[in-house]
Design a protein around this ligand. Sequence first.
Ligand code: AMP
Length: 276
Amino acid sequence: MEIVETIAEMKALRRQSFGSVGFVPTMGYLHDGHLALVKRARNENSVVVVSIFVNPTQFGPAEDFSAYPRDTERDLALLEKERTDIVFMPSDKEVYPEAFSSWVEVGKVTEPLEGSRRPGHFKGVTTVVAKLFNIVEPTRAYFGQKDAQQATVIKKMVADLNMNLEIIVVPTVRESDGVAMSSRNVYLNPQERQAAAVLFRALTLAQGLWKGGERNAERLRQEMVSLISKEPLAKIDYVSIADAETLEELLEIDRPALASLAVRFGKTRLIDNIVL
Ligand code: AMP
């Protein structure tokens, strides 16, 4: 496994690579969710590149950038075990030198949900991902369904800007009680961690109603809100039933839909979703 910290070195290694390149961008502090993407990339490509970069431009001023968990040694051991070929872990200065002044912005699908609660978040995400795509030049890049809107936004950027790669979305990996794996779960105290299981219960409740023939989106939202409200440690940010492609809120579920939510447990904000 090669560990590279500069863009020049990463580009040089890319030039020497043969066959398809599978790329998994991450912010590190890896868990089985990340590793599912790496395994999928390993199965489908000759070369696997994983990046570890906690991207400062996608965090708001009141968000957890400096507190974001990091454990490079452990991450590298996990990636080695998954037979990763190249780990790209640039510094902030390497990615954003002093004079940096260009940004990639996707419209419309970045506006609702996470976009409306985290101004500038997706501008940071699309800019860094576009840069990483230019540096790594992957054949395929792997993203998690856990961050459903992010995957939608990246797909839109790739289509709109005619980028030369395939985006693959991998199902959400969950703990045994249904909680979606996330680097941010370490912030939860034991009571909050237990309470967080209500999110997946609410999503499966919505899915059950939908499978039973319920097509009224507001009814599903209300049922989810009412279940989550029974959990005293949970503070709802949003509960959404939206068009799975445009992410616009639905009245009637007459097409593929995304049930998604953002809920706070103490200082920790968790997101999750399920496709209907
Ligand atoms: P992050 O390090 O949080 O930026 O995540 C890196 C990638 O891993 C993103 O594409 C995430 O959607 C994906 N990911 C994070 N958690 C999970 C999970 N529980 N299951 C599947 N993919 C995940």
